[in-house]
Design a protein around this ligand. Structure first.
Ligand SMILES: NC(=O)c1ccc[n+]([C@@H]2O[C@H](COP(=O)([O-])OP(=O)(O)OC[C@H]3O[C@@H](n4cnc5c(N)ncnc54)[C@H](O)[C@@H]3O)[C@@H](O)[C@H]2O)c1
Length: 416
């Protein structure tokens, strides 16, 4: 019998988590989305749940916890409001889109007795669980350098993709700076090693979409190449959300005695190598293997999205809410990643300048950013954001591109 009541806000990504929520002990009793087709899909799968189009109504609905899967750049204000009501919050994978929101979120979390957790799922893919296990086993020694790459190119000419992912000109995906979607490349490294970024600098790969593509993409960059200097002296190199061929995500931890990485294009396989003079007993110098299942039946896990990552996210969240267990990605972890994302973009706009990453546990760092509301996302159809989303601030889609884009999605400028 599922004993904790969960609401879901944003039903495109939100419904992906339904089975994981139910299997882990949540009963989904309320859902919210302004989009009629999303609501119809939800009603079919959840005939007894309350259905809302306005999140203000969801806020009034009595429930224990909420899953925020609304627009990428609008999680923090809702998280704050639910936390203020004592509702536990699981938030999709950018905790905040401005520095000021990060400060507000940390303050709300500290005041609230409720749990806050970021719904970051990539650290729970099999190879990332294996990297963490091996690293914590100690045979590699201390991490010195690590790489995280999240690369998600789309076929720009696929009309179905365009409609599904960016169905009006001011949709967040059309204004997303390459560094902002950083959690899938950065979180696995922070989670495995425990290192926390304290300085960031970044460079863009500017490569605009072809002139004949049906796009309304305001960002002509294909990647942000981001480096962080961390609190333990290690350095990370991560991509944010890149779009160069070919699709995939990969990670590599380079340590004092050796290194471990997942292999691009090789599924869940990893390669673990040691210096010839530092091979632990029972290992080879080069170990190439598929990690053994370390949890439930892999066939069952595979039913959940992202290599089972979605299942683990819900399990950690449920255990935190129901049993007071610690969450893997708390408000400090989440806002640190968001700060890296936001400040990496500013570094790009300033030619790669290194920028300190604040520690929002410290009041002085909060004070520095509490009024910093600069955002690259438009707040409405006429709004011009106060920060360019592209490394070239003058870049904009061409009239030809926009015409082809509108032929697919129609004329809507703002939320349909
Ligand atoms: N972790 C992952 O693997 C993963 C995968 C996909 C998406 N995501 C994240 O999930 C979030 C949602 O992604 P998506 O692709 O579903 O985005 P989307 O923009 O396609 O959908 C957002 C949904 O929220 C609804 N919504 C937003 N604000 C609303 C409001 N004020 N009132 C009513 N409805 C509202 C919209 O109608 C829409 O259906 C994003 O943060 C994204 O980054 C994560």
């Amino acid at each position: 019998m599922n004993n904790l009541k969960l609401g879901i806000f944003g039903l495109r990504r939100g419904l992906d988590y339904l089975e994981a929520a139910q299997m882990n002990g949540f009963e989904v009793t309320a859902v919210c989305d302004a989009d009629a087709s999303c609501l119809a899909a939800a009603k079919q799968r959840l005939p007894n749940a309350a259905v809302y189009t306005d999140p203000e109504d969801l806020l009034r609905h009595p429930m224990d916890a909420v899953f925020l899967a609304n627009f990428f750049h609008e999680h923090a204000p809702w998280a704050v409001r639910f936390l203020e009501q004592g509702v536990h919050v699981l938030s999709e994978c950018a905790s905040n889109a401005t520095m000021a929101q990060g400060v507000q979120l940390v303050r709300a979390d500290e005041k609230s007795g409720a749990v806050y957790m970021l719904a970051e799922n990539y650290p729970f893919m099999l190879f990332n669980r294996e990297m963490k296990r091996v690293y914590e086993g100690g045979t590699l020694g201390r991490a010195l350098y690590a790489e995280g790459e999240y690369n998600h190119p789309f076929d720009l000419f696929d009309a179905g993709n365009v409609r599904a992912l960016r169905s009006y000109t001011s949709h967040w995906r059309n204004w997303l700076p390459r560094s902002y979607y950083i959690t899938h490349s950065l979180a696995p490294l922070m989670y495995a090693t425990g290192a926390v970024p304290r300085q960031v600098s970044a460079l863009p790969v500017f490569a605009p979409d072809p002139p004949e593509a049906p796009v309304s993409n305001r960002c002509g960059d294909k990647a942000a190449v981001i480096t962080t200097l961390n609190d333990d002296g290690s350095v990370f190199k991560v991509t944010g959300c890149a779009a160069f061929g070919a699709h995939g995500n990969s990670y590599r931890l380079c340590c004092e005695n050796g290194q471990i990485e997942n292999l691009r294009g090789m599924g869940d396989k990893v390669m673990l190598r040691y210096n010839g003079w530092q091979i632990p007993e029972g290992m080879e110098e080069v170990n190439f293997y598929l990690p053994a299942p370390d949890d439930m039946d892999p066939a069952v896990l595979a039913k959940f999205g992202h290599g089972g990552g979605d299942y683990f996210v819900m399990r950690y969240f449920y255990n935190a809410v129901a049993h007071g267990a610690p969450v893997p990605f708390d408000v400090y972890f989440a806002t640190t990643m968001a700060s890296v994302a936001i400040l990496a973009h500013r570094s790009i706009l300033e030619g790669g300048r290194p920028i300190p990453v604040p520690d929002f546990r410290r009041e002085a760092d909060r004070a520095q950013y509490e009024a910093d509301t600069r955002s690259p996302f438009p707040a409405g159809p006429q709004d011009r954001p106060d920060l360019p989303c592209c490394s070239d601030p003058a870049y904009a889609p061409s009239a030809q591109q926009l015409e082809k884009y509108r032929a697919i999605v129609g004329d809507a400028m703002f939320r349909k």
